[in-house]
Design a protein around this ligand. Structure first.
Ligand code: NAD
Length: 509
C-alpha cells in the first residue's frame, strides 16, 4: 500500500523550479501557487529562489561568459537561427502553457509568440547590428573606430501579461550581443519562460549563458544589489519599475524600466465609426485588457462622435464571447487572478460611485462550467472625467472609458497631461490633423488609424513620462545600444620616416 505522503505527492500539482547552467534545479522549499485562471484551481507550485540559486546562476554565467563573449557574432547567430526553428516547431506547446497559466485565448498566445519570434529574427542579423563605426585618417596617420562590446551579465525581470514575448524582447538580443543573461519571469506564469530557456539550450546555447530563476520580490532585491550584474531590463507596473530603476541605478547598473500605461485613442468627427470601433474593441478588450498597449480611454471629439461611438461599442460588446482561453472561439479569457478580478470590479464600483455612466457592466458575466474562473465581461463607461480614478489609474482589465471633449486641442491636452505616456492613437481621415497629433502628442508609440501601434522588431518599443524610467527603449536598435558598451579606439602606426614629437597642447587633427 502507498504511504499517505506518496498519495499526496501523486495528486500534488507539479512543482516548477529554475533553469540554471543548462539543467533544471529544484530550489528551496518556499513556494508560490500558479493558477489555471479559467478554472480558478491551483495547477502548479513554484519554488521561489533565494541566494543559493542566484549564486549558482552567477557562477554559471561567469564560467560561460568569457567564451561566449569571444564567440564570433555569426556563430552566435547560427544558434539563434536554430532557436528560431525550435520556437516555431514548439509553438503549440509554448502557447498551451501561456493559456493554461495566463488565461489568454490560444490565438492571442500565438500572436504574442509570433511577435517574440520576430525579435529572434532581428537578433539573427547580429553581425550586421554590431558593426562598428570607422573613421579613416581621423588625424595624420591616425584611424579611429567605435566598437560595441558586451556588458557581461545582464538581468531581465518580466511581468505576467506576456510570459513569452516580453522575455523574448530581452534575452535573444542581449545574448546575441555577447552577454550572459539571468531571467526572473513573473511568478504567476513561469511555464513558458522555462520552456523558452530549455529550447535555447537545445539550439546549442552553451550552458550557463541563459539561466532562469523563479521567485518574487526577495530574489529581485538580491539581484538589484548584486554588483556582478551589469544591467537590468525591467517590465512591469510603474511603482515597481520606478523603485527598480532607482535601486539598480544606485548599485551602479545600467537600467531600463518600463512601467504601466493608460493609452488614449482620440476619435475625430470625420473617422469612420464602423472600422474605428472594430479596431478599438480588439485593442481595449483583447487579452481582457491585460496589455500595456491596451486602449483604456477613448476621447471622442464632439457629441455626435461620442453618441455614434458609444452606440456602436454597446452593440458590438454584446456579441463578445467570454470563456476559457483554450477554446479559440472565445474572444476573451479570464483575468490572471482572483485579486486582479476583485481589483477591476472595485474600479467599476468606483466609476459608478463617481458618476460615470456604466453603459455595459462586465460584472454580470457567468461562464457555465467555470464558476470559479476569474472571468469578467467587457465593461464600458461613458461620461468619464479626468479626476475619476477609472480615468487616472491603470485598471489593467476589460474596462474602457469614454471621455467627451469639444476639440482636438482639448483631447490632446488630456492625453499629454496624463501621467502615463506609453501609446496613443488618433482616428481621422485628415492628414493635417494626424500630423498635428503625431508631432505634439506625449507618448512613446503613436498610431494613426491603428489602435495598437506596437513597433515592429527592427524599431524599438517604449514610452515616456511614467511609462519608462531610463533612456533606451527595448528591442530594435536601442537594445543593441543598451546591451553593449561603446568603446572608441584611436590608433596610430607611425611611419618609419616620422619621429614622435612631444607636444603639450591638447591633441588636434
Ligand atoms: P508587477 O510590477 O507586479 O511585476 C513585474 C515583475 O516585478 C515580476 O517579475 C514580479 O515578480 C516583480 N515584482 C513584483 N513586485 C515586486 C517588488 N515589490 N519588488 C521587486 N520586484 C517585484 O507587474 P505585473 O502585474 O506582472 O504586470 C503588469 C504590469 O506590467 C502592468 O502595469 C503593465 O502595464 C506593465 N507592463 C508594461 C509593459 C511596457 O512595455 N511598458 C509591458 C508589459 C506589461
Amino acid at each position: 500500500m502507498k504511504s499517505i505522503e506518496a498519495v499526496v505527492n501523486d495528486i500534488r500539482p507539479e512543482i516548477l523550479g529554475h533553469f540554471i547552467n543548462g539543467t533544471e534545479v529544484a530550489g528551496p522549499e518556499r513556494y508560490s501557487e500558479v493558477f489555471n485562471p479559467a478554472t480558478g484551481a491551483v495547477s502548479k507550485h513554484l519554488s521561489l529562489a533565494g541566494p543559493d540559486e542566484l549564486e549558482q546562476a552567477i557562477d554559471a554565467a561567469k564560467a560561460s561568459g568569457p567564451v561566449w563573449r569571444q564567440t564570433p557574432p555569426q556563430k552566435r547567430a547560427q544558434v539563434l537561427f536554430r532557436y528560431r526553428e525550435l520556437l516555431v516547431r514548439h509553438a503549440a506547446e509554448i502557447c498551451q502553457l501561456i493559456t493554461a497559466e495566463h488565461g489568454k485565448v490560444i490565438t492571442d498566445a500565438h500572436g504574442e509568440l509570433s511577435r517574440g519570434i520576430e525579435i529572434v529574427d532581428y537578433a539573427c542579423g547580429i553581425s550586421e547590428l554590431l558593426k562598428g563605426e570607422h573613421s579613416k585618417n581621423a588625424g595624420s596617420a591616425i584611424d579611429s573606430w567605435s566598437e560595441f562590446q558586451p556588458l557581461g551579465l545582464v538581468a531581465g525581470i518580466t511581468p505576467f501579461n506576456f510570459p513569452a514575448m516580453v522575455p523574448l524582447w530581452m534575452f535573444p538580443l542581449a545574448i546575441a550581443c555577447g552577454n550572459t543573461f539571468l531571467l526572473k519571469p513573473s511568478e504567476r506564469d513561469p511555464g513558458a519562460p522555462l520552456l523558452l530557456a530549455r529550447l535555447f539550450q537545445e539550439a546549442g546555447l552553451p550552458d550557463g549563458v541563459l539561466s532562469v530563476i523563479n521567485g518574487d520580490r526577495e530574489i529581485v532585491d538580491l539581484m538589484l544589489q548584486d554588483k556582478r550584474i551589469a544591467a537590468v531590463s525591467f517590465v512591469g507596473s510603474t511603482l515597481i519599475a520606478e523603485s527598480v530603476y532607482r535601486r539598480a541605478s544606485a548599485s551602479g547598473k545600467r537600467v531600463q524600466a518600463l512601467g504601466g500605461a493608460k493609452n488614449h485613442a482620440v476619435i475625430m468627427p470625420d473617422a469612420d465609426v464602423g472600422s474605428t470601433v472594430s479596431a478599438l474593441i480588439g485593442a481595449a478588450y483583447g487579452s481582457s485588457g491585460e496589455r500595456c498597449m491596451a486602449i483604456s480611454v477613448v476621447v471622442c471629439v464632439g457629441e455626435d462622435t461620442a453618441e455614434r461611438t458609444v452606440a456602436s461599442l454597446r452593440e458590438r460588446l454584446a456579441e463578445l464571447k467570454i470563456g476559457p482561453g483554450n477554446d479559440a472561439e472565445n474572444d476573451m479569457g479570464p483575468l490572471i487572478s482572483d485579486q486582479a478580478l476583485a481589483r477591476v470590479k472595485s474600479y467599476i464600483g468606483e466609476g459608478v460611485a463617481a458618476g460615470a455612466t456604466l453603459v455595459v457592466d462586465g460584472r454580470q458575466v457567468s461562464v457555465p462550467g467555470f464558476d470559479r474562473g476569474f472571468f469578467l465581461g467587457p465593461s464600458l463607461f461613458d461620461h468619464v472625467t479626468s479626476e475619476m480614478s477609472i480615468y487616472r489609474d491603470e485598471i489593467f482589465g476589460p474596462v474602457l472609458c469614454v471621455v467627451r471633449v469639444e476639440t482636438l486641442e482639448m483631447a490632446m491636452t488630456l492625453v499629454n497631461q496624463h501621467e502615463y505616456g506609453n501609446g496613443s492613437c488618433i482616428f481621422t481621415r485628415d492628414g493635417e490633423t494626424a500630423r498635428l497629433f503625431t508631432d505634439n502628442v506625449l507618448a512613446g508609440m503613436v498610431g494613426v488609424n491603428i489602435a495598437l501601434p506596437v513597433p515592429v522588431a527592427n524599431q524599438s518599443f517604449g514610452g515616456c513620462k511614467r511609462s519608462l524610467f531610463g533612456d533606451l527603449y527595448v528591442y530594435g536598435p536601442d537594445a543593441i545600444r543598451f546591451y553593449t558598451r561603446r568603446k572608441t579606439i584611436t590608433q596610430r602606426w607611425p611611419s618609419s620616416s616620422t619621429a614622435e614629437q612631444t607636444s603639450f597642447s591638447f591633441p588636434s587633427g
